[in-house]
Design a protein around this ligand. Structure first.
Ligand SMILES: CC(C)(COP(=O)(O)OP(=O)(O)OC[C@H]1O[C@@H](n2cnc3c(N)ncnc32)[C@H](O)[C@@H]1OP(=O)(O)O)[C@@H](O)C(=O)NCCC(=O)NCCS
Length: 132
């Protein structure tokens, strides 16, 4: 018998890095929000924390372990929360969670989370050590 799914967290972890409205222009054929748009918001949000950590340009090198738990509807407020998990020599692992809430209620619901890896880069796009 499969292990019971772990309960969804009741509150976000990390700092708010992006807060925006899900607009009709980014809906998919079902009328829900396109997952690729949500992923890009999360990537941008994680990059903001990575840049503030490294104090340099950064680029995304990997995204691990994402699953979409609930749909995002047009008109929902989408918030991305980011937390720094670890710093390597040139890389940073940042956990990013996406939460939504509908304007009619105050309940925030997690829709997805992922582990993003960013690399600090110099002006030529080459990795360079993260300043500590
Ligand atoms: C990111 C990039 C600069 C790294 O260059 P590289 O020559 O592979 O550099 P390195 O092998 O020294 O790796 C740099 C760091 O990234 C980490 N890394 C590389 N590939 C990784 C992967 N698939 N997953 C996790 N970490 C990875 C390395 O472990 C290393 O971390 P550390 O310095 O903290 O130990 C280069 O791969 C690149 O430009 N990729 C394209 C990035 C991009 O365009 N992103 C947007 C996609 S649209």
């Amino acid at each position: 018998m499969p292990a019971p799914a772990s309960p969804l967290p009741a509150a976000p972890t990390g700092e708010v890095v992006i807060r925006t409205l899900a607009m009709p222009a980014v809906a998919n054929a079902n009328g829900d929000i396109f997952g690729g748009w949500l992923l890009s918001q999360m990537d941008l949000g994680g990059a903001i924390l990575a840049r503030n950590t490294a104090l340099s340009r950064v680029t995304t090198v990997a995204i691990d372990g994402m699953s979409f738990l609930n749909p995002v509807n047009v008109g929902d407020t989408v918030s991305c929360y980011a937390s720094l998990i670890s710093i390597g020599r040139t890389s940073m692992k940042i956990s990013v969670e996406a939460w939504v809430h509908h304007y009619a209620n105050k309940v925030e619901q997690r829709v997805t989370a992922g582990l993003f890896t960013y690399v600090a880069i110099d002006d030529s796009g080459r990795p360079h050590p993260v300043k500590r």
